[in-house]
Write a protein that binds this ligand. Structure first.
Ligand code: KDG
Ligand code: MG
Length: 412
C-alpha cells in the first residue's frame, strides 16, 4: 500500500484550516490537520515544497519510520511549523491504517479506556452579569466544565472575551473563540497585570457563589505573568478550587515553575504552544505541572503526543489537549481517539465549530451531556468535502498582540 497522491488543502469556512489529504494506490484516503493559527501558509509551504515530494511512493503502513524520517531526516528539529507539518502526515497515516483495518482509530491505539471524554467550553463576559449569562448558556448546552475569562476594569480589549461582532459574512453570530481577526494587520490589545491580579479572585468568588461548589472551573492566564505573580495568583485562587490555572507564565523557562509550585496548590496546565517532549522534560520529571496542553496538531501528531503523555503518566500528570477552533475537526477527531485510549486522559477543550466548518468537514464524533466520543466509523471518522472546501479560499488573518499602557509589547 503506497502513497499515490498527497494534496495540501487550505480552506477558510469560519477561519483558516490546513489539511493534508493522502491517498494510497489501493484507494484509501487519510486526513491530517496542519493548522497553525496566523502562520498557516508556512506549514503549507513546508508540506507542499518539502514533504509531499518525499511521501509519494512510500509505504503508507510505516508510520513510525515515516515520523523518524521526517524528524531526524530534516536535521533541523522541532518548532511549531515543522511539528505541525509532521503531525499532518502522521495523523493522515493513522487515519489510513485504521480505515484499512475497518476500525475506529482508538481501537488501534489500545481500545477505549472510558465511555466518553469530559469536555470544557469557554464562558466569558466583559462584566460579571455578561459572564453569568455566558456560563448559564454553556450549562444549558450541556457543558459540565467551564473556562472562565472576565473583562478587567480599565482594559477595553482583552484575550478570551467573546466578541459579539462575529466574523465577516457571519455577523451577529457570537463566535466566542476565534481570536485571530481577518485583515492585513494584527489587532492591538491592552494589558495591566496589577488590575488583573486585583480583579480576578473576586470574579471567581462571584462565579462560585452563583453556580455552586461542584462545577469544574478553569482559567487561562495566556502567558502574561512573571513566576512570582503567577505564584501569588495561584494562591489567591485556592479558595475557589480551580480545575486548572493555564499558562500562568511563559514556559520556555521550565525551571520557573519550581517557584510557582512552592507557593500554590492550584493545579497547573501548560503547553499549548509546545510541540516536543523536550519542552516538558523538567516540567514532567519534577512534577511541576498537572496537565499537558499540547495538541495532536501542534506536537508531531499521535505518534509524538502519545509519547509525551506516556512519559507524563509516570508522574501522574494528565492530558488536557488544546482544542480551540483553530484545531480543525480533523485535529479534534485525532485528539478524541487518542484521549479515549489513553489511561491518563484529563479533560478535553472543546468549542463547537460554526455551520460552514461543519459543512466542509463531516464529523462522526459526538458531544452529549458534556462528554465527547470519537464515534465508531473506521479511521478518524472525518470526511473532507472538497467542493465545500473550495468555496472558501484562504483569508489573511493574524492573532492579536498586546501592549502595556506605556507602549511596551507584552506576551499576548
Ligand atoms: O491560536 C491561539 C489560540 O489557540 C489560543 O489563544 C487559545 O489559549 C487558547 C486556549 O486555551 O484555547
Ligand atoms: Mg490557552
Amino acid at each position: 500500500m503506497s502513497i499515490e497522491r498527497a494534496e495540501v488543502i487550505v480552506t477558510s469556512p469560519d477561519r483558516n484550516f490546513v489539511t493534508l489529504r493522502l491517498e494510497t494506490d489501493d484507494g484509501y484516503v487519510g486526513l491530517g490537520d496542519g493548522t497553525l493559527n496566523g502562520r498557516e501558509l508556512a506549514v503549507v509551504a513546508y508540506l507542499r515544497d518539502h514533504i509531499v515530494p518525499l511521501l509519494l511512493g512510500k509505504d503508507a503502513h510505516r508510520i513510525e519510520d515515516t515520523w523518524q524520517f521526517l524528524y531526524r531526516g530534516a536535521y533541523w528539529r522541532r518548532g511549531p511549523v515543522t511539528m505541525a507539518a509532521i503531525a499532518a502526515v502522521d495523523v493522515a497515516l493513522w487515519d489510513i491504517k485504521a480505515r484499512r483495518a475497518g476500525m475506529p482509530l482508538y481501537q488501534l491505539l489500545g481500545g477505549a479506556s472510558r465511555h466518553g471524554l469530559l469536555a470544557y467550553g469557554h464562558a466569558s463576559g466583559q462584566s460579571t452579569q455578561e459572564l453569568f449569562e455566558s456560563v448559564t448558556a454553556h450549562l444549558e448546552q450541556g457543558y459540565r466544565a467551564i473556562r472562565i475569562q472576565s473583562g478587567i476594569p480599565g482594559l477595553t480589549s482583552l484575550y478570551g472575551i467573546a466578541s459579539s461582532k462575529g466574523l465577516e459574512g457571519n455577523e451577529g453570530v457570537r463566535y466566542d473563540h476565534e481570536p485571530a481577526q481577518r485583515g492585513k494587520h494584527p489587532v492591538e490589545e491592552s494589558w495591566d497585570t496589577d488590575a488583573y491580579l486585583r480583579h480576578l479572585p473576586g470574579v471567581f468568588e462571584a462565579v462560585r457563589n452563583q453556580f455552586g461548589e461542584d462545577l469544574p472551573l478553569l482559567h487561562d492566564c495566556h502567558h502574561r505573568l512573571t513566576p512570582i505573580q503567577a505564584a501569588s495568583l495561584g494562591k489567591s485562587l485556592e479558595p475557589y478550587r480551580l480545575f486548572w490555572l493555564e499558562d500562568c507564565t511563559p514556559a520556555e523557562n521550565q525551571e520557573a515553575f519550581r517557584l510557582i509550585r512552592r507557593h500554590t496548590t492550584t493545579p497547573l496546565a501548560v503547553g499549548e504552544v509546545m510541540n516536543s517532549v523536550w519542552d516538558y522534560q523538567t516540567l514532567i520529571r519534577e512534577q511541576l505541572i498537572d496537565y499537558v496542553r499540547s495538541s495532536v496538531t501542534h506536537a508531531g501528531g499521535i505518534t509524538h503526543l502519545k509519547r509525551i503523555l506516556e512519559h507524563a503518566a509516570q508522574y501522574q500528570i494528565k492530558s488536557g489537549m488544546h482544542g480551540p477552533t483553530d484545531v480543525s475537526p480533523v485535529g479534534m477527531a485525532a485528539a478524541l481517539h487518542l484521549g479515549l485510549s489513553l489511561h491518563n486522559f484529563g479533560i478535553q477543550e472543546y468549542m463547537q465549530y460554526g455551520p460552514r466548518t461543519n459543512a466542509v468537514f463531516t464529523q462522526s464524533f459526538t458531544w452529549s451531556e458534556g462528554f465527547l466520543h470519537p464515534g465508531s466509523q473506521p479511521g478518524l471518522g472525518v470526511t473532507l468535502n472538497l467542493d465545500e472546501a473550495r468555496k472558501y479560499p484562504y483569508v489573511r488573518a493574524y492573532l492579536p498582540f498586546t501592549r502595556l499602557k506605556d507602549g511596551t509589547i507584552h506576551d499576548w
